[in-house]
Design a protein around this ligand. Structure first.
Ligand code: ARG
Length: 463
């Protein structure tokens, strides 16, 4: 019996039915139901025999789903209803007792929070693995000079190890963001009911402990309408994907014949169906291209939640597809990044040759003038003039004669030529966070400690 006389119109059913995507909640939903049943037993709603039958029945539902695929029927609206139906097939009318003191509203919020916890942790582990590769590469290439760029124009030389560590720190911040998402999903909504709480004094803290939640929500209205933890995950994943897109983009550029700075392993490249000579950096291109769809998922859910009146609205069923798509995308990208970095080879000669471009020393010459009392802005102008002279005369900077130097500034003597020897440009950046070998050694040490902390944190969360 039901309030309704009519069946749902198929056109409504098509947009209303979420089982096509929310089947992925099944293992979480079953864990949750088992914990909820224990909570009901504790307050005497289920006796020991009933608890035992429900628990065993849910295990059989789990197995049926695992072994025979998904036995869903057209009438199954969502995974929660499907599991209830299958449980009914296993244990009969007793299955109907399980929904005591629970609404699908707090049930689904709890499942989704469990998903966010599990996958935030997974993202932390995968980011940690990619960070380890970056750190290894940075160690191995700590003294390989290369040009650093701004506007994709050669700017100042840096060590390749220094450049690679930039990505290490980006991922390190991503780990903090995923940790935040994990913490934000560690508040259990179950017990909020539809919106007002439930009529049964289930020990929520015991159920939370049972399910691995740190806290229980303070307010049932907030509990059933909150999806911030999903947004927190999507925000973390969007930023992380953006970082990987920048890495991918640089590798695409660097592996072109024009740059020739690096080469990907064959196992992360593909050939062309028509041009036999091609070896394309597809993995790096895809890291670049996958990022906007993660950000789109974030934007989609923000849009869904925007101006939504409290508490639950069916709108919120639309939280799952963006979340699942972002999970699949960011996990695949982090994993591919690790593999791609494991086999990348850099070309020391090409990097060195490009970093030997004397124009990269322009800032060094300006600083030389500053040390002689010339204000930096003025020094910048003088060196700009020297660069113009050199370009117009078709010379390199060191080919300018002492007379030509004197025309630009009285402070330019033979130390001008010394400054143009390359090693000094890198080794002068001794400030903390700079590219000099000494600063880089310190940075590598810090990176090692950070990675150890990430690993320890992930291990602790795994428990
Ligand atoms: N499939 C629904 C969702 O994902 C479950 C909650 C349904 N609640 C309701 N009041 N109709 O949001």
């Amino acid at each position: 019996m039901s309030r309704f006389r009519k069946d749902p119109d198929p056109r409504f059913w098509r947009i209303n039915r979420s089982i096509e995507f929310d089947w992925r909640l099944a293992p979480y939903d079953i864990d949750q139901s088992q914990a909820h049943a224990r909570g009901l037993h504790q307050i005497g709603v289920l006796d020991a025999a009933e608890l035992e039958r429900i628990d065993a029945g849910l295990e059989r539902v789990r197995a049926r789903m695992g072994e025979h695929g998904f036995e869903f029927e057209e009438a199954d609206e969502d995974i929660h209803m499907a599991i209830e139906r299958l449980l009914g097939e296993e244990i009969g009318p007793l299955a109907g007792k399980l929904h005591t003191g629970r609404s699908r509203n707090d049930q689904v919020a709890t499942d989704v929070a469990m998903v966010v916890q599990a996958h935030s942790l997974r993202a932390i582990e995968l980011a940690g693995a990619a960070m380890e590769r970056l750190l290894e590469l940075a160690q191995r290439h700590r003294d390989w000079a290369m040009p650093g760029y701004t506007h994709l124009q050669r700017a100042q030389p840096v060590y390749l190890g220094h450049h690679l560590l930039a990505y290490f720190w980006m991922l390190g911040r991503d780990v903090l963001r995923f940790q935040f998402a994990l913490d934000s999903a560690s508040v259990m909504p179950l017990g909020s009911g539809a919106l007002a709480g439930v009529n049964w004094e289930i020990d929520r803290r015991a159920v939370a402990d049972d399910l691995g939640f740190e806290h229980v929500s303070h307010n049932s209205i907030d509990g059933s309408s909150n999806r911030d933890f999903v947004l927190d995950y999507l925000s973390a994943a969007s930023t992380c994907a953006m970082h990987l897109s920048r890495l991918g983009s640089e590798i695409v550029i660097w592996s072109s014949s024009e740059f020739g700075f690096c080469e990907l392993d064959e196992s992360f490249s593909s050939g062309s169906s028509i041009m036999p000579q091609k070896k394309n950096p597809d993995s790096a291109e895809l890291l670049r291209a996958k990022s906007p769809r993660v950000a789109a998922s974030y934007a989609a859910l923000l849009g869904t939640m925007h101006a939504l009146p409290l508490t639950y609205g069916k709108d919120m069923q639309e939280d799952k597809e963006p979340l699942f798509d972002a999970i699949d995308t960011i996990e695949a990208c982090l994993d591919a990044t690790e593999g791609m970095l494991a086999g990348i080879e850099f070309d020391r000669e090409r990097l060195e040759a490009a970093s030997g471009d004397e124009m990269l020393a322009a800032t060094e010459v300006a600083d030389l003038l500053v040390r002689r009392g010339v204000p930096f802005r003025e020094a910048h102008g003088i060196v700009g003039g020297l660069v113009r002279d050199a370009v117009e005369k078709g010379k390199s900077l060191s080919e300018l004669t002492p007379e030509e130097l004197a025309e630009r500034s009285e402070h330019l003597d033979k130390s001008f030529y010394e400054v143009l020897t390359r090693s000094s440009w890198l080794e002068s950046k001794r400030i903390e966070g700079g590219t000099s070998s000494a600063s880089l050694a310190h940075q590598l040490e810090q990176a090692g400690k950070t990675l150890a902390a990430v690993r320890a944190r992930a291990q602790e969360e795994r428990g």
